[in-house]
Design a protein around this ligand. Structure first.
Ligand SMILES: NC(=O)c1ccc[n+]([C@@H]2O[C@H](COP(=O)([O-])OP(=O)(O)OC[C@H]3O[C@@H](n4cnc5c(N)ncnc54)[C@H](OP(=O)(O)O)[C@@H]3O)[C@@H](O)[C@H]2O)c1
Length: 348
């Protein structure tokens, strides 16, 4: 090495620094994995969950109740809230309150009224945890110019605007107590792949949530509030259609209960979390694929989703678009029932 030219030594040093930096990330993540889960009661005795009436939100509400936290549930349908609340109370000896809050109505007079009721419901509660879970993914796989713009506006209101308002309403209480945790549920479409064509608005709303979460993490860390962006990949819920589920390898798709059991263990541990070994593996593997290959694969796959959506419509094959009640994907008037036409659409 003594005789080696200086350019060679510099290159070796640079390479060593690069490899060390590459290794540092997984090691830091491994250190987080080995940490004991935080005792959620130290944040406070009440947790707020948005969208708790189905899928991940329902499962998370059950898991938090199993851990002994009282719950304040926010959702848009009073009957669903009542059913969920009864189901939780039948299994766990906790207090459950609920507020009807349609997040798609934020910043409207009705939304303001619901937010007022939400703030009133929080009065006197020791709120320690907020799980921003509610989201919609309708109209599913479509080109931007195809869908009714009102559906995108609704999606943006629920996924982004509603989440922001709920967080802003809860933060002052956490600040006053000097403790709290906020979990924002994101999507693998933002951290694992460079693009998510045809679900562009959905994945973009989740990108907002990622930035929002990381910035709040930095902003409030010193004030005793832990903010975390949790990233599900594929989980068996209403948000995934049966057509998507049928195409996925079963070991890559978690059940909502499997997912939330791990997700709850991670709360408060770091700004970003991909719960579950299978989901972490998917995250890791996608890192080795170049962007152009991702882009090539994604547009093909999502064009297939779009084709099935256009063909199937009411036939139960709506893809990633049937999440909320009334959440049918957009079906254009020239939707075809002909498999040949579908193949043509995919190639288009
Ligand atoms: N499942 C997956 O594979 C997957 C993948 C990536 C990310 N995620 C994320 O995980 C979270 C949960 O999704 P999920 O799969 O559990 O979907 P889900 O089963 O469709 O649940 C969505 C929940 O949000 C509620 N909601 C919908 N619109 C609302 C509104 N306007 N106001 C208030 N609440 C509303 C729904 O209420 P109703 O029941 O009354 O309609 C439901 O409780 C979402 O943030 C989603 O983006 C899921």
């Amino acid at each position: 090495m003594d005789d080696a030219p200086s350019w060679f030594v510099s290159l070796v040093c640079l390479g060593a620094v690069y490899v060390a930096a590459l290794c540092a990330r997984p090691l830091a993540y491994l250190a987080l994995c080995l940490r004991r889960p935080k005792d959620l009661h130290r944040y406070g005795s009440w947790a707020i969950v948005t969208g708790p009436t189905s899928g991940l939100g329902r499962s998370m509400a059950m898991e938090l109740a199993r851990r002994g936290l009282n719950l304040l549930l926010l959702d848009l349908d009073a009957a669903n809230l009542q059913e969920t609340s009864d189901a939780i109370k039948a299994l766990h000896p906790v207090k459950v309150k609920s507020v009807v809050l349609d997040l798609s109505l934020v910043a409207t007079p009705q939304g303001d009224e619901a937010m007022r009721r939400f703030k009133e419901a929080m009065e006197g509660l020791d709120v320690g945890l907020l799980v921003n879970n509610a989201a919609v993914n309708t109209p599913g796989a479509v080109y931007l110019h195809e869908a009714d713009i009102e559906r995108f506006v609704r999606m943006i209101r629920v996924n982004l605007w509603g989440l922001t308002e709920v967080t802003a309403a809860v933060l002052p209480r956490m600040l006053a107590r000097g403790r709290g945790a906020i979990v924002n549920v994101g999507s693998g479409s933002t951290v694992a792949v460079p693009s998510f064509p045809l679900y562009t608005v959905y994945s973009s709303t989740k990108k907002y949530v990622a930035k929002f979460s990381k910035s709040l993490y930095v902003e409030y860390k010193s004030k005793g509030i832990d903010v975390q962006y949790q990233v599900p990949f594929y989980v068996h819920t209403r948000m995934l259609s049966s057509a998507v589920k049928a195409k996925l390898r079963p070991w890559f798709v978690a059940t909502a209960d499997e997912y939330t059991r791990t997700a709850a263990r991670w709360i408060g541990n770091g700004p970003l979390c991909v719960p579950g070994a299978a989901q972490k593996l998917q995250w890791c593997l996608t890192g080795f694929v170049p962007d152009w290959a991702h882009d090539w694969y994604r547009i093909r796959l999502h064009l297939q989703h779009r084709a099935v959506t256009r063909r199937g419509g009411g036939g139960g094959t709506v893809i990633a678009g049937g999440n909320s009640r009334g959440g049918q994907a957009a079906v254009t008037p020239n939707a075809s029932n002909n498999p040949g036409a579908v193949a043509k659409e995919i190639r288009a």
